[in-house]
Design a protein around this ligand. Structure first.
Ligand code: UTP
Length: 291
């Protein structure tokens, strides 16, 4: 597995206001855990050793969440609430956390570029801090991306999800060379196309492996109408430059939960809470009564 991961968490999360006024959207709970904890646990299981969070103003709670809190642990022990100590076991994940600031929120591409001094000339994983893959976040997609990166010498390997054709305009949409394979070559990618412009219904879904060559292209990308540097534009340049860009489909049953707006936040929370072995059955009974 590739040992370095960049996790961008600097966005303003405006579509989730007022919830995100003073708290990062990546820290909103889904079921019992904040979104970004699922992301870190997924990366740890995949064998990542170091995570660079690209943060911004008002994102301190992410740093605090992954830090040890000895006073809290001690008070739980004294109150013989040892069962609750298990809820803090994620503090012991063997990952080295680093933090840097994206000083101006100039888009995901710019946030990834902030990772260059950390990554150096090594390949790296990018995992979006607001996206969970698979119910309970138990995906092994990053291992698969790393394997494909090694086997194909690609400059970028991207996790891909198939969505309904009328949904494509919310995503980066790829042009696949073949549609039937699990792993395929990508010849183009278009950010938020209309359904008629979209080259397929295969969309970029929050997990990537990049060779450091991506940084050279990100520096060339011009800001879009919203003054944002889009990672999609840099991937597009990779395709045009003749570098190999590969897609890997998310396995059947593994969905991307992109917590960008209230519709997806509410439905994701509900799905995860219903899947909770302890609280799910009672919630189900209550919901049935409510509906
Ligand atoms: P989004 O594209 O959802 O953007 O970010 P956003 O700014 O958070 O949300 P809205 O559009 O204002 O509602 C996808 C991921 O990329 C990070 C976000 O923190 C999120 O995890 N991101 C986005 C950055 O790190 N920096 C940016 O400038 C933009």
């Amino acid at each position: 597995m590739i040992k370095n991961a960049v996790v961008p968490v600097a966005g303003h999360g405006t579509r989730l206001l007022p919830a995100t006024k003073s708290q990062p959207k990546e820290m909103l709970p889904v079921g019992k855990k904040p979104i970004v904890q699922y992301v870190v646990e997924e990366l740890a299981r995949a064998g990542c050793e170091q995570i660079l969070f690209v943060t911004g103003r008002g994102k301190y709670s992410i740093e605090n969440h992954f830090d040890h809190n000895p006073e809290l642990a001690e008070s739980l022990r004294r109150a013989t609430k040892d069962n609750l100590l298990d809820e803090l076991s994620f503090e012991n994940i063997k990952i080295n956390y680093l933090y840097t600031r994206q000083t101006v929120q100039r888009g995901l591409g710019d946030a990834i570029l902030c990772g260059e001094p950390f990554v150096g000339r090594e390949p790296f994983v990018v995992a979006l801090g607001d996206s969970i893959i698979g119910l309970r976040g138990d995906s092994s997609i990053c291992n698969r991306l790393s394997e494909v990166y090694k086997d194909t010498q690609a400059a970028a390997v991207i996790a891909i999800e198939q969505v309904e054709p009328d949904q494509v305009s919310s995503y980066g949409v790829v042009k696949p060379e073949t549609e039937d394979e699990e792993v395929f070559e990508i010849s183009d990618v278009i950010e938020k196309p209309t359904p008629s412009e979209a080259p397929s219904n295969f969309v970029v879904s929050g997990r990537y492996v990049f060779s450091p060559v991506i940084f050279d292209l990100l520096r060339l990308v011009e800001a879009d109408a919203n003054q944002e540097i889009q990672i999609t534009d840099a991937i597009r340049m990779l395709c045009k430059s003749g570098e190999r860009v590969m897609g890997v489909k998310l396995p059947v049953g593994e969905k991307r939960y992109d917590i960008g707006n209230f519709d997806s936040y509410f439905s994701t929370f509900l799905e995860f809470a219903l899947a909770d072995p302890l609280h799910g059955p009672e919630l189900r009974r209550k919901l049935v009564k409510l509906l």
